[in-house]
Design a protein around this ligand. Structure first.
Ligand code: SF4
Length: 321
């Protein structure tokens, strides 16, 4: 069995809401509210949910790009939330982020060569020949050629820019990568190329991914385990195939009912969710989903259901189970 590389326990990220002339804190946005999961080495764990559910904030909090409010993030046996700035700077080469928008994440004034050399110069003490060789190797790994080295990001297509962005994240040979909606800004025809590239690089470089997406088809294709997020919380998590075949939480069932079935004879009845996602500033008491849930009953409005293992490796936060 693969070793656990990342263990998240009770992760919270609250953003203060300021108001008035004196900018007093009048409340908090509960962006991530008690999230726990673990990821084994060389595994892809996906976080899925509607936009605003807290999945990107979770990814950034794990990497400490955003400072978590509470919780622990154990990476390879060490709680990185207790690392000093200097210790964290050293860890960065092992923990990287691939951004959603490759255009805004790449400095337009830097050539590909500069973009790929920079992380190496920051984290390693290499000769210029070693940097050059590493850049050439990485470029080839992501399917680009040497003649691209002196070009600027605007001279590339969206798919090629995302390849550069991936190369920049992986050139330090990290062990763990948060991929935050890495294909959602791309044309559908390019998406599968980038997904296949990420899967190939995972095999070649023994990478562990937390993959963030709102696209259920993409998540099914790439991940082995998945956590479904709603209003800053994981409401269901488990092995991807099992969860897709046998969703338990009413929210997961509604999300999956919107995905066309592979089998044309097995038409699913679409579950239309009523109402909007409640404000994360004032999350509802009890189950975060109870205002939209057609199965809500007695305890749902007053007590928050815990995330429980209801069958092997399948957890759900719902009073029905
Ligand atoms: Fe619905 Fe109640 Fe389950 Fe929440 S706990 S999902 S409101 S049945």
């Amino acid at each position: 069995m693969a070793k656990t590389l990342l263990e998240i326990e009770g992760l919270k990220k609250y953003f203060p809401v300021k108001s008035g002339v004196f900018k007093r804190t009048v409340g908090f946005v509960h962006a991530v509210d008690d999230v726990s999961f673990s990821v084994s080495e060389r595994e892809t764990f996906a976080l899925v949910g509607e936009s605003g559910c807290g999945k990107s904030t979770t990814g950034r909090s794990i990497l400490r790009i955003l400072e978590p409010t509470e919780g622990s993030v154990i990476f390879d046996g060490e709680d990185i939330l207790s690392c000093s700035t200097e210790q964290m700077r050293k860890k960065r080469k092992d923990m990287q982020l691939i951004f959603q928008n490759p255009y805004s994440s790449l400095n337009p004034r830097m050539t590909v060569k500069m973009l790929l050399s920079e992380p190496l110069k920051t984290h390693f003490n290499l000769s210029s020949k070693e940097v050059q060789d590493k850049v050439a190797w990485m470029l080839e790994e992501v399917g680009l050629a040497k003649e691209h080295l002196n070009r600027y990001p605007h001279q590339f297509s969206g798919g090629q820019r995302q390849r550069i962005s991936i190369a920049r994240a992986l050139i330090t040979e990290p062990r763990f990568v948060v991929a935050d909606e890495p294909v959602s800004a791309l044309d559908v025809s390019i998406q599968s190329q980038i997904l296949n590239l990420l899967m190939k690089l995972q095999r070649d470089m023994s990478l562990t991914y937390v993959f963030i997406s709102h696209d259920l088809n993409v998540v099914r294709h790439i991940s082995s385990n998945v956590g479904v997020m709603y209003l800053g919380q994981i409401v269901e998590k488990g092995e991807t195939e099992n969860l897709y075949e046998r969703p338990l939480h009413p929210y997961t069932k509604a999300l999956l009912s919107a995905v066309p079935s592979k089998d044309p004879l097995n038409k699913k009845k679409r579950i239309i969710l009523q109402g909007d996602v409640p404000s994360p500033v004032n999350p509802p008491k009890g189950c975060p989903f109870h205002l939209r849930c057609d199965k809500a009953f007695g305890p749902c409005s007053s007590s928050r259901p815990e995330l429980k293992e209801v069958e092997p490796r399948h957890h759900v936060a719902c009073h029905l189970y």
